[in-house]
Write a protein that binds this ligand. Structure first.
Ligand code: SF4
Length: 453
């Protein structure tokens, strides 16, 4: 009870300090999004692969033949519909992901980009990324994608060791991956990213160090580094569960991640996001949009979006998910212009939870300005600057809250997942308390109503 009283006192102090006349009982909420400039990033999902990798549980399909003309028409139509519904006037970046979008023809990429440029402004030089698999990236194909408007490539190298690539069920060899990266660097200098996996079953500390050295000899200025997760239902997870392959120990995984950070930073990379490293300013504009909780539109089977439905007079950010299965998705797009399976208005708390969870993934963290856009009445300082979990995490050296905003320290970024539950709990508690009317105020309202009767 004493603790509860302490929190009530704290909330009263916080609420009293709200800018803009906010006081106890006044619900903190996001700024009306309609006041914000109508810009968005656009994600386009190509849902097909030639073969399923042993670790993959993405929304991807292996089919005997793809009716590319039909898929293209649906991607174009859905992009036009969602751009109209969101009334986005400028698209800041486009990302073709999958699946294996490098299996699509450059004509499909060009058609989608033309539709985007027709429905909204697509600035010259806006980042347009294509995810590519080394097995479908001949120099002529890459040249075609460049002519279609792609100006950045993200290549799924995953490993530079043939035995590891076989275990992962990848279609390509290490030599093919090298060739693909070299060809891409020739066509997209400074704008070729590579994806790499670590923590593979049986992968030793030394083997990982060798992969990192080989990567540094090959890479351009951006690397995405992911710890392999053994997803339920995948062939690789079944092999590990059945004892055919060893599960990587947790301390080894942590050690591999730290090794990679140290090696890449020593090589001039900035560790700008939990899984992403860039040098010479080659950060991914598109992915920054997600982490900064900006608007984004998802087109294609299973794509996710976060935007305001301005065409319907909306002023709240919605979470939107498109129908997963490509044939069902195409039927819906053909009949109603889009294949949205679910829509949900995000509450102020949900928006702040997303902002917190994603924003702390970046080394820049969450700026006061960005937080203020979503929470104009309850500042970062008001939520996380008071005694509580965040203060304790700051004192322990995991977190910083200063004039730049809230962010993880170098040590904190490596253990973000373990910090978030405490921070989310503090956010929920402070927001919930700030929204509850104080007892006196509620009583007055009730009394006033009674007098009116
Ligand atoms: S290429 Fe990528 S999306 Fe396709 S099966 Fe492999 S991991 Fe999954």
């Amino acid at each position: 009870m004493a603790a509860a009283r302490g929190w009530l006192r704290k909330v009263a102090a916080v609420a009293g300090a709200l800018p803009g006349g906010g006081g106890p009982g006044r619900a903190p909420g996001p700024a009306p999004d309609t006041a914000a400039p109508a810009t968005a990033a656009l994600y386009v999902h190509w849902p097909y692969c030639r073969k399923r990798c042993s670790y993959c549980n993405f929304n991807t399909y292996v089919v005997p033949a793809v009716d590319e003309a039909a898929v293209r028409a649906c991607l174009v139509r859905e992009a036009q519909t969602l751009l109209r519904l969101s009334q986005v006037h400028s698209v800041t970046s486009v990302f073709f992901g999958g699946g294996t979008p490098s299996l699509a023809s450059p004509g499909t990429v060009a058609a989608v980009l033309e539709a985007v440029a027709g429905a909204a402004h697509l600035p010259a030089g806006a980042e347009v990324t294509l995810e590519a698999n080394p097995s479908s990236t001949s120099a002529s194909a890459l040249d075609g994608f460049r002519a279609a408007g792609v100006n950045r490539l993200s290549i799924g190298v995953q490993s530079l060791d043939d035995a590891e690539l076989r275990m992962l069920g990848r279609e390509h060899t290490a030599a093919e991956a090298r060739k693909a990266v070299e060809a891409a660097r020739g066509l997209f200098p400074g704008r070729t990213s590579i994806d790499l996996l670590f923590g593979l079953p049986g992968q030793s500390r030394d083997a990982w160090a060798q992969r990192l050295e080989a990567t540094l000899r090959l890479c351009d200025d951006h690397i995405s580094l992911y710890q392999l997760t053994l997803e339920r239902g995948t062939a690789l997870a079944a092999q590990v569960r059945g004892g055919a392959l060893p599960a990587p120990p947790q301390d080894l995984l942590a050690d591999m991640y730290q090794t990679a950070r140290n090696v890449l930073v020593a090589a001039g990379f900035r560790h700008y996001e939990v899984s992403n490293f860039a040098r010479k300013g080659a950060l991914s504009t598109h992915n920054l949009s997600y982490w900064r909780a900006e608007q984004y539109i998802g087109v294609g089977p299973g794509a996710h979006g976060r935007f305001v439905l301005r065409a319907e007079g909306g002023c709240s950010r919605e979470a939107r998910v498109q129908t997963l299965e490509p044939v069902a998705w195409m039927r819906e797009v053909q009949s109603q212009g889009h294949g949205t399976r679910s829509r949900a208005v995000l509450s102020p708390l949900e928006q702040l939870e997303e902002l917190l969870t994603l924003g702390l993934r970046m080394d820049e963290g969450i700026t006061h300005e960005r937080w203020g856009h979503f929470s104009p009445q309850l500042s970062l300082q008001a939520v996380f600057g008071e005694p509580g979990e965040a203060r304790a995490l700051q004192q322990e050296g995991w977190l910083v809250l200063d004039s730049g905003g809230l962010r993880c320290t170098w040590a904190g970024l490596a253990v973000l997942d373990s910090l978030l539950p405490d921070l989310l709990w503090q956010l929920q508690r402070v927001l919930g308390a700030a929204r509850r009317p104080p007892r006196g105020a509620a009583g007055e309202r009730a009394g006033g109503g009674a007098r009116g009767l």
